[in-house]
Design a protein around this ligand. Structure first.
Ligand SMILES: [Fe+2]
Length: 526
């Protein structure tokens, strides 16, 4: 198995590169003064534990470089870097687009730190990050921001600018970090490049997003936890089945190869751990998973989960003429709809989630996933029209999740979602089909940072609320983000909206706020 050996070596090399190992093709000390700023994409941190965090940057050069570079990194207690807590070196390799992931260990639990990178005389912007509390500690609070869907050409990132003032402990990003399109009608700002198909295309699209000062600043403000949805690869794809919007350019005729490129570029640009590359970088091209689903404890106050509803899902039911693409379906006309085993998460992830929920020690169990969890019937009155790309089309899997929440007596489940570009707040029901079924949790599906909602969604919000009474609040008019503040006794969720996402200087306001008391799956408007 020479290929496997190579991959294992490659993974070890990647891991070693994060572990302060000296590696000197082009060292930080021999470069001298660069004529440009190699840190134009900023810095980021993520994957926090009680004693560590991942620090990220990606070097950009004016001319493409095939060299590897050694960077230094520093983590300090103070912004002036007079009290260094940890320092080391990390390798920027051309195979990873000169992205680096420094996996820092040995930090104190529940503490804020400053960090930066150095290459020659070039010094990166300073980022701020924190470790999480020890798993056995009961912290007084967690302020968690959640957001999704930041289509570049649909708007500016005023939402990120306002989120920065929220004093968050962490951000949960729930998908559609980039979109793969060549642009949009009535674009607010232009994307560079056309359809995003190849590794270089995906890298360029991520770099475009990271050039935004407000997004950069939010990444530098606190650690992020991330999952993805479809647009990080392609609209409405399902596992290895392609979705829609495939341009007939002849550039990519192998969806598996396109997905591997997209996953690699996502890995390169996110502050995540090398262990996600389950079979090394080379494994991705052969279809190896990028295992992004995970469980992250914030002491005993909250256990955070990130789910992956794209990589392993079964294909959507009742596609139009067998062609890909999400659509509204009448389940009564779709024999496949009631197919109970069909899975949104895939069998392995379902089993993992069940086990993770069973052993959770968190007072609050916060499940970050892609989209609306509860049903949303778009047909008023009798009969149903449901979206075949969301949980509604995987109701058997949804029931297995709600069954697990009950079977394991999971403490205070809170579902967070994105995707729909609208705010929806509701109760998670033991059995959505049964009137009077008890609530077993609560759901906050957040609006987009910038991606548009359809005009009809705005018109139909009240009608949809009436048709789907497990939801207590809906709004399609505003872009923005949510802040969920957890304390041992209650959750307070604030929906923050920007007045106009087509303006960089847009003001923000509170659209609505809700409270959930510990031990009661009941949402109260505040
Ligand atoms: Fe989206």
């Amino acid at each position: 198995m020479p290929q496997q050996t190579t991959d294992r070596r490659q993974l070890l090399r990647l891991a070693a590169a994060t572990a302060s190992t000296l590696w000197l093709p082009r060292s930080a000390w021999s470069l001298g003064r660069l004529k440009h700023d190699p840190f134009a994409l900023g810095v980021a941190s993520g994957a926090p534990t009680a004693d560590g965090v991942v620090l990220w940057t990606r070097l950009l050069f004016q001319q493409p470089s095939r060299d590897a570079y050694t960077l230094r990194w520093e983590v300090a207690h103070d912004e002036a870097f007079t009290r260094i807590a940890r320092s080391g070196q990390v390798q920027a390799e051309p195979a990873l687009g000169h992205a680096v992931h420094a996996e820092v260990m040995g930090l104190e639990p529940d503490r804020w730190y400053f960090y930066r990178f150095m290459l020659g005389e070039a010094v990166s912007p300073v980022g701020r990050t924190r470790t999480f509390p020890r798993p056995d500690a009961m912290p007084a609070r967690l302020r968690l921001g959640y957001a999704s869907c930041q289509r570049w050409e649909h708007g500016y990132y005023a939402a990120w600018r306002h989120m920065r003032a929220e004093q968050l402990d962490a951000v949960m990003f729930l998908g559609d970090y980039i979109y793969e399109y060549p642009g949009a009608s009535n674009a607010v700002r232009a994307v560079t490049g056309g359809w995003v198909l190849t590794l270089e295309d995906y890298r360029a699209r991520y770099a475009l997003h990271r050039s935004d000062a407000d997004l950069q600043a939010m990444h530098a403000a606190c650690p992020w936890l991330l999952t993805w949805d479809d647009h990080e690869v392609q609209n409405d794809y399902a596992a290895l089945h392609e979705g829609t919007g495939v341009p007939l350019l002849g550039t990519v005729d192998d969806f598996g190869a396109r997905r591997a490129s997209a996953y690699q570029a996502w890995y390169e640009h996110m502050p995540v751990r090398a262990a996600m590359l389950t079979q090394g970088l080379g494994g991705l091209a052969r279809g190896a998973e990028l295992r992004i689903y995970q469980q992250v404890p914030f002491g005993r106050l909250a256990t955070l989960y990130l789910l992956d509803g794209r990589q392993y899902r079964d294909r959507q039911p009742c596609l139009k003429d067998g062609q890909p693409g999400g659509r509204l379906v009448d389940p009564a006309q779709c024999p496949e709809w009631a197919d109970v085993p069909r899975s949104y998460l895939g069998a392995v992830q379902e089993q993992w989630l069940d086990g993770a929920l069973a052993k959770s020690a968190g007072r609050w169990n916060v499940i970050g996933q892609q989209t609306l969890f509860g049903p949303r019937d778009a047909r008023p009155g009798p009969g149903q029209r449901l979206w075949n790309d969301g949980w509604d089309a995987y109701a058997g899997n949804r029931k297995r999740v709600t069954d697990a929440l009950q079977r394991h007596a999971v403490s205070n489940p809170v579902l967070l979602g994105g995707d729909v570009h609208e705010n929806w707040v509701g109760h998670v029901k033991a059995d959505y089909a049964a009137a009077g079924s008890p609530a077993v949790g609560v759901e906050f599906c957040g609006t987009s940072i910038s991606s548009r909602a359809s005009a009809s969604a705005v018109e139909k919000t009240l009608e949809r609320l009436a048709e789907n009474p497990h939801f207590v609040f809906g709004d399609a008019q505003y872009r923005g983000y949510g802040v969920a503040e957890f304390t041992p006794g209650q959750l307070r969720t604030t929906l923050r909206a920007v007045e106009d996402a087509t303006r960089a200087d847009a003001a923000a306001f509170t659209l609505a706020a809700f409270e959930v008391r510990e031990g009661r799956a009941r949402i109260e408007r505040r």
